[in-house]
Design a protein around this ligand. Structure first.
Ligand code: C5P
Length: 234
């Protein structure tokens, strides 16, 4: 299942000690669902870092600002992005934006917003503050490399692009969004390309991350694998 074994992962000496589990991977690799369930099982906070870049993209669209605009960076410095219900609800300045951060327009623009270093700097600071509050399972693109480089456990989830597109299509259809597998696959490929080739904090496998190919695995199998890794080392 895993390509890399963690080289020198710190062993959690006591259950009370703060635990940081960082999970990265491309769109549709299953990391959000997996991270949420691992957090529930281990009683940790869940952090969906992509939701924060999505909320910033909503700000850009509403204010008609291009991604690199200094005005957008200023808005990011002033705005409050918060989570409620252990990450299920996303609040932008107290407004519930859980649904509107997942629209096709946001999907299309989010990678361009997320590549701006000034925006990343603000968002990463915010994520590290959340991480300092207690034990956490955090997922995204740079959690294992930049946000929590000293995480106790690091995982990189991946899956074939067709399988990831199939998963995303099922999710969109359940929300009554009309689209095709080809359209979804094209959008995922475009986002993969932007997320892996950008200059700042590109998506990549951390050297000490355990790589899990989820293509032929159920969510439960991946969740149980991660929880077992954590419990074995505890
Ligand atoms: O995880 P999700 O697909 O919701 O993330 C949306 C986008 O936000 C990603 O495609 C990526 O461009 C950006 N992102 C990022 N760094 C993270 C999480 C997400 O750049 N840690």
């Amino acid at each position: 299942m895993e390509k890399n074994q963690p080289s020198a992962q710190p062993v959690i000496a006591a259950a009370a000690r703060q635990l940081t589990i960082a999970i990265d991977g491309p769109a549709g690799s299953g990391k959000s669902t997996v991270a949420r369930r691992v957090a529930e099982k281990l009683g940790c906070l869940y952090l969906d870092s992509g939701a924060m870049y999505r909320a910033v993209t909503v700000l850009a669209i509403r204010h008609k600002l291009p991604a690199g605009s200094p005005k957008l960076t200023a808005l990011v410095q002033e705005c409050h992005i918060k989570f409620a219900d252990n990450g299920k609800t996303v609040l932008l300045d107290s407004e519930d934006v859980t649904t509107c951060i997942r629209t096709p327009a946001v999907n299309k623009q989010v990678a361009d917003v997320a590549k701006i270093p000034e925006i990343r700097k603000e968002i990463v600071k915010h994520q590290q503050r959340i991480g300092a509050e207690g034990s956490i399972v955090a997922e995204g693109r740079d959690l294992t490399t930049i946000v929590f480089p000293d995480a106790n456990f690091k995982f990189y989830l991946d899956a074939s692009v067709t399988e990831r597109a199939r998963r995303r299509l099922a999710e969109l259809r359940s929300q009554n969004v009309q689209t095709t597998l080809d359209e979804v696959e094209a959008e995922i490929r475009m986002r993969d390309e932007k997320d892996t080739s950008r200059e700042h904090s590109p998506l990549r496998e951390a050297e000490d991350a355990i790589v899990v190919d989820t293509t032929h695995k159920t969510i439960d199998e991946v969740v149980n694998f991660i929880v077992a890794q954590v419990q074995v080392s505890r």
